[in-house]
Structure formats: C-alpha cells, structure tokens
Ligand binder design. Structure first.
Ligand SMILES: NC(=O)c1ccc[n+]([C@@H]2O[C@H](COP(=O)([O-])OP(=O)(O)OC[C@H]3O[C@@H](n4cnc5c(N)ncnc54)[C@H](OP(=O)(O)O)[C@@H]3O)[C@@H](O)[C@H]2O)c1
Ligand SMILES: C[C@@H]1O[C@H](OP(=O)(O)OP(=O)(O)OC[C@H]2O[C@@H](n3cnc4c(=O)[nH]c(N)nc43)[C@H](O)[C@@H]2O)[C@@H](O)[C@H](O)[C@@H]1O
Length: 323
C-alpha cells in the first residue's frame, strides 16, 4: 500500500466507517474517498458502477450496511437481507470489474451457527443453523464472505473478510428501538438519571432492559476495529476470513452494571421478558488475527468511559437510525 493510493470507504459517515477514515487519515493516507447514501445509494447498481468508472479506487473498504440491534433485525428481515446483499454485491462486483486490488469486507459474528462451540473459530462457518433473530442479516453477510472468497480463489486478488464482534463507540446509533444493547443502555441510564434529578429525588428513575440479562456478549471499541482494518490493509493475509474481537465476554446483566456505574445511575433495573434474548453466547476465537500480529488494546471499562464522554458532548446531535 502506498500512502497516496485512492481508498474508497463505503459508509464513511457511520460508526465504523468514520473510525476507519480517522485512523487512515492519522496514519498519513491522503487519498480517501467517501459518499453518503444521498450522494450515492449503494443499492443502485448502475450508480455504483458509474462511480467506480469515474473514481477508479485502488482499494475498497466496505463499512456500508443496513445495521441494527436485535429488535431491528427481528422486525425487518427483508431490509436486512435484501439491502445488505444489494450494497455488498454492487461494491464487490464493481470492484472486480474496476480491477480493485484490495477489498475489505466487514461482516459480523452472527454469521456463525447459533449453537456453535465457543469460542467461535472461523472454520465453524456453515456448520449449523443460525440464530433466528438475525438469520436474514447473517445470510446476507455470509454471501459477502463467500463472494470475496470466490474472487480470491478464481482471480487471485486480495479480497478478505473481517468478522468483528459486537462494536460500540463514538457515532453509534442511539435510537432506543433500532440500536444495539450498549448505546441503548447508555442512553436509558443517562435519561433515567436526569429524570430522577428533575424530580428532586436522590434516586434515579428505574430503567427497563430487554430479555433476561443472561446472554453473553463480547464488545470491541470501534477504534480497535479501525486499527485492525488498517493492519489488514497494510499486510497481505493468507486466508479469506479473520475474526476481530477481544477474546473475552460478559453477561448482559454485568454489562448493565458496568454502564450503570459509569453513568452514575442509582435506580432499579427491570428486565422485560417480552423482548428476545437472541443467541446465548457469541465469543470470538481471535487466535488467527493474533498469529497474524494484531490484537485489541482498549479495555471495556475504558471504552465505555470514552463512549459516554462522547455521548455527553453530542447529546443534541447523536444519530438515531429509523427503519
Ligand atoms: N455496530 C456493530 O455492532 C457491528 C458489529 C459487527 C460488524 N459491524 C459491521 O460494520 C459495518 C458498519 O456498521 P456501523 O455500526 O458503522 O453502522 P452505521 O453506523 O449504521 O453505518 C452504516 C453506514 O452505511 C451507510 N449506508 C447504509 N445504507 C446505504 C446505502 N443504501 N447507500 C449508501 N450508504 C449506505 C450509511 O450511510 P449514511 O450515513 O449516508 O446513512 C452509514 O454510513 C457493517 O458492515 C456492519 O455489519 C457492525
Ligand atoms: C452485532 C449485531 O448483534 C445483534 O445481535 P445481538 O448481539 O443479539 O444484539 P443487541 O441488540 O446488541 O442485543 C444484545 C443483548 O442485549 C439485550 N438487551 C438488553 N437491553 C437491551 C436494549 O435496551 N436494547 C438492545 N438492543 N438490546 C438489549 C438483548 O435482549 C440481547 O440479549 C444482531 O441482531 C446483529 O445482526 C449484529 O450481529
């Protein structure tokens, strides 16, 4: 990679894309290209093909997707399947036709079977049934992984897939219906704390969280993921699929207690059993990435503090994705 190679970051305004943009910029990559969804709808094949003919990027990072938490996935199966396939198919096909040499596809840990052994190794892909709340999204992502693998096999190009675990950090989606658990908890605890203060009591209002609190999840700070993407750009990998995570997890209940402490919420936590738990556990085996020379640096407590600082500074303008 040369520092002036043209790099197209699809989804550059999202949580992940914006972190990748900043990480590349900080490392001296000067030729970064981005388009938001109004400027270039990646579902539109002709528009994407024209964009590649005009811009001729050398490298493409696909951080554009229809993304959401457990309920958004469960309630909108068609959009999560179809939009993700459209976006990634157009990007991958146009990249191959435009002779893009390096392509990084971002998937998600939900591509692995619901009841696969833990921690999840890359080789468990397609060995069992998926988690029903997000199988639509998972199937779209699996087709993206396979498209990149097919290009590696047939054309010998450096197209790779990175599978991040659950992510969080600045620029996350804080909409209480469509978000992932970590930003949702942060906002709920914060607003319940403020409501208690407004009522003039010393105790925060209670918060309602989803499911039982017993599922286990792993969380990676988005700047760590961006660092992994830069590492993947600067190194040629031997295989087509690499997990990206921390290698440690905790229960949703433990996560709630950690965020509650960071925010300073002092009220009760109630669990809403009408909401789904999702997969019981999805912990990444990160051995392959560590052997390649990369590992996560930012601990969960530190990452949550940094995200809360960002949240406090951006309370008026944070993102709320509607579907
Ligand atoms: N968040 C997580 O926990 C997590 C975990 C594992 C993997 N990932 C992966 O990381 C990637 C990015 O996720 P994220 O959390 O950064 O999501 P995000 O904050 O919602 O960002 C998604 C980005 O995709 C763009 N996009 C969506 N539909 C588009 C379209 N039709 N045309 C053009 N652009 C479109 C959006 O553009 P606009 O800004 O213009 O709307 C936005 O920039 C995804 O591939 C996701 O699967 C995320
Ligand atoms: C990374 C993404 O993970 C997603 O799965 P997944 O971890 O269950 O998605 P999350 O929405 O992060 O939920 C994780 C766990 O947190 C619980 N939870 C508790 N309170 C809340 C809350 O207020 N909001 C939310 N959202 N959850 C909450 C939720 O029931 C579930 O057991 C997939 O649906 C996607 O496809 C993707 O793979």
């Amino acid at each position: 990679m040369r520092k002036n190679d043209k790099i197209f970051i699809a989804g550059h305004r999202g949580m992940v894309g914006s972190a990748i943009w900043s990480a590349l910029h900080a490392k001296g990559y000067t030729n970064l290209v981005g388009r938001n969804s109004l400027e270039l709808d990646l579902r539109n094949q002709l528009a994407v093909s024209d964009f590649f003919s005009e811009e001729k990027p050398a490298v493409v990072i696909d951080a554009a997707a229809r993304v959401g938490g457990i309920l958004a996935n469960n309630n909108n199966p068609f959009q999560f399947l179809m939009e993700n396939m459209q976006i990634q198919n157009n990007l991958i096909d146009s990249s191959l036709k435009a002779d893009v040499q390096k392509f990084i596809f971002l998937g998600s840990s939900c591509i692995y079977p619901k009841l696969a052994p833990q921690p999840l190794k890359e080789e468990y892909l397609l060995t069992g049934p998926l988690e029903p709340t997000n199988e639509w999204y998972a199937i779209a992502k699996i087709t993206g992984v396979k498209a990149c693998e097919a290009i590696r096999k047939q054309f010998g190009k450096d197209y790779i897939s990175l599978m991040p675990t659950n992510l969080y950090g600045p620029n996350d989606n804080f909409d209480l219906t469509t978000s992932h658990v970590l930003p949702a908890m942060m906002r709920k605890f914060h607003e319940a704390k403020l409501a208690g203060e407004r009522n003039g009591t010393t105790c925060s209002e209670p918060v309602k969280l989803w499911g039982s609190g017993s599922p286990m999840r792993e969380f990676l700070f988005v700047e760590d993921l961006a660092d992994a993407v830069v590492f993947a750009l600067e190194n040629e990998f031997k295989e087509y699929l690499y997990n990206i995570g921390t290698g440690t997890d905790l229960s949703i209940k433990e996560l709630a207690e950690l965020i509650q402490k960071t925010v300073g919420h002092t009220g009760d936590i109630n669990w809403d059993s009408t909401k789904p738990d999702g997969t019981p556990r999805k912990l990444m085996d990160v051995t392959k990435m560590q052997q390649a020379g990369w590992k996560a640096k930012i601990g969960l407590e530190d990452g949550i503090k940094r995200t809360y600082e960002w949240f406090l500074k951006n309370q008026e303008t944070f993102k709320e994705v509607k579907i």
